[in-house]
Structures are given as structure tokens and as C-alpha cells.
Design a protein around this ligand. Structure first.
Ligand code: AMP
Ligand code: FES
Ligand code: ZN
Ligand code: ZN
Length: 293
């Protein structure tokens, strides 16, 4: 199998784009796709200070690396939830990457900050959902305190098409109206949130970290094992297997038509500020402060 751009041996076959690429042309394609995604969705410019939320996994480390290679001002944020060896290993991988590339890293240790780790917070919801609330809250707090311009996460095309499928199956119009690669701030304490890898698949980010020799955590979070998201991902993969390009078209065509779901102001109604932390919520206390108590 030869590269479609040169004589070298192809190392990846990107079936949905009909592209077989060698190492150098794949890196070029990966960087170009990220650059175009940033430009197309007006995510940020070279002047902006970007806070990259890094979990230690392949996607967020790939994102941090590619943004730095493209000349953007990207600092990392690692949120330590205290999930046993999983958190310890992830934290080490992120620290190692930051040291080797000389990039600023901010670590938020939940236990040190609030006196309880994720496992000690006895919320009535599932661990994953509690974890999501904590992560979103901490990203907002750090970005606000350090005055970053934008928060970037490593969500890829597999993540976005899977969430889209789940949201559509339940017709969650509020979620659908906000499932864009860019979420504009809707309160003075919030920052813009962006997903620059949303048009690249998991297979592509995996190939990128291998080629770039980026050491990352392979282990999955112990709580994600029975998550319904994993099931939805496998459904999406089966469809893709049969009809190549489904993930890409499903997601990009949705983005073209996202306005259908807009004008739904429900979630903005009754907006207040949390009596404890001051971040926006529609109750007296935000979900983060409620689970912490
Ligand atoms: P997940 O919700 O685990 O699928 O992760 C989605 C994105 O959230 C990742 O690509 C990261 O950008 C970010 N993220 C996940 N976990 C952490 C963490 N512990 N610290 C900082 N960012 C994280
Ligand atoms: Fe949060 Fe798994 S990373 S529950
Ligand atoms: Zn080539
Ligand atoms: Zn709060």
C-alpha cells in the first residue's frame, strides 16, 4: 500500500476519506485538519492563551502537542480526581509530557482542594456523571482564576458522533443545541470552550501519538467500563464498518443543520449565581457545590 501523495509506504488507510498516507504526509494531514477546524469554527488565534484540559490519554495529549507545534500558546490543566492508580499514572504521564516539552502545567488536586476525592464524594448519581460535573467546574474555575481566553478539550469525532447519537435517541433538544465544537461563554465567569480534534477519529489521534512518540495512559478509567457510552460507541463503530464515512457525515451534516435545534432558551431561563462558588446555575447552589455537600 503506497502513500497517495508520494512513493513511500503508507502507514495508515483513512477509509472514509479515501486516503492512504505515509508518516510525514499523515502528520501534515493531521496538523492541517486541526488548523482548518480552528479556522472554520473561529476557535482562537495565536494571541489567545489556551487552557488545554489534559487527562493523560491519547486525545488530549495529542491536542496539546499539535497546538504547540502549530505555534499556539497552550498551557495544560490536569484535574486529579484521586481514582487510585488510574489517576496516579495519568498525572505522571501529563507531568512528564509538560516537562519534556517545557509547557506550563496546572494541576488541580480535588482532595487537596476540597478535602474529598471523587470516590469519597457520596453523590446520588453515577460516578461518571459526578466526575463530569467536577471536571467542568474545575476547568471553569482555573480558566477564570488564571484569565485564560479559551478552554480546549480533546474530544474527537468518535466522541462527538457517539454523543450525537445518544442525544438524538433521546431527543435532548437542549443538549443538541449546544453540541457544537465551540461553546460561547454565556456568563462573565465562563470562558469559550472548544474541541479542535472534533473532525479527527480516535484511530487518527492514536496514530498521531504513536508517530510522535507521546507517552500516554492506555488504561481506561475503572468507572467507564460499564458506561452506556461504550455501548453507543460500539454501535457507531458497527455502522461505520458497514457504511464508511457515517461518523463524519452524521456529525458534519448535523453541524450544518444545528440551527434547527436553536432558539431553545429553556436552559437559560431562571439563571442565577451559585450562593457558594458564584458560577452560573439555575438552582440556589450549582451541581458541583451540591454534590460536594
Ligand atoms: P472524557 O470526558 O474522559 O471523555 O474526556 C474528554 C476530555 O476532557 C478529554 O479529552 C480532556 O480534554 C478532558 N479531561 C478528561 N479528564 C480530564 C482530567 N482528569 N483533567 C483534565 N482534563 C480532563
Ligand atoms: Fe471520571 Fe472516570 S474519569 S469517572
Ligand atoms: Zn507520503
Ligand atoms: Zn457552586
Amino acid at each position: 500500500m503506497k502513500c497517495v501523495k508520494c512513493e513511500k509506504k503508507a502507514i495508515i488507510n483513512i477509509r472514509y476519506r479515501n486516503l492512504r498516507l505515509c508518516r510525514d504526509h499523515f502528520i501534515e494531514y493531521f496538523e492541517k485538519t486541526v488548523k482548518e477546524t480552528i479556522r472554520k469554527f473561529k476557535m482562537f488565534s495565536k494571541k489567545d492563551r489556551i487552557l488545554v484540559a489534559v487527562s493523560g490519554g491519547k486525545d488530549s495529549l495529542a491536542l496539546w502537542n499539535v497546538l504547540n507545534d502549530l505555534g499556539y500558546r497552550a498551557s495544560g490543566l490536569y484535574i486529579d480526581l484521586g481514582i487510585g492508580s488510574y489517576s496516579r499514572v495519568s498525572r505522571e504521564k501529563v507531568k512528564k509530557f509538560s516537562k519534556e516539552s517545557g509547557l506550563e502545567l496546572i494541576i488541580r488536586d480535588i482532595k487537596a482542594e476540597y478535602g474529598k476525592s471523587l470516590e469519597e464524594i457520596k453523590a446520588r448519581r453515577k460516578t461518571c456523571s459526578t466526575c463530569g460535573i467536577i471536571k467542568r467546574h474545575e476547568m471553569n474555575v482555573v480558566a477564570h482564576e488564571h484569565d485564560f481566553d479559551v478552554i480546549a478539550t480533546g474530544h474527537n469525532l468518535d466522541d462527538e458522533s457517539t454523543v450525537l447519537l445518544s442525544n438524538i435517541l433521546r431527543w435532548q433538544i437542549d443538549f443538541l443545541s449546544r453540541q457544537h465544537p465551540v461553546l460561547e461563554p454565556w456568563h462573565e465567569k465562563l470562558k469559550k470552550k472548544v474541541k479542535p480534534l472534533c473532525l479527527l477519529t480516535e484511530k487518527e489521534t492514536k496514530t498521531y501519538v504513536i508517530l510522535k512518540n507521546i507517552d500516554h495512559v492506555e488504561e481506561e478509567c475503572p468507572y467507564s467500563v460499564d458506561a452506556s457510552t461504550l455501548f453507543m460507541k460500539s454501535v457507531m463503530n458497527s455502522i461505520e464498518e458497514r457504511f464508511k464515512g457515517t461518523k463524519y457525515y452524521f456529525y458534519t451534516q448535523f453541524l450544518k443543520n444545528i440551527d434547527i435545534f436553536k432558539n431553545n432558551k429553556k436552559w437559560k431561563e431562571d439563571l442565577k449565581e451559585c450562593k457558594l462558588c458564584g458560577f452560573p446555575t439555575n438552582k440556589d447552589y450549582c451541581s458541583f457545590c451540591r454534590i460536594l455537600r
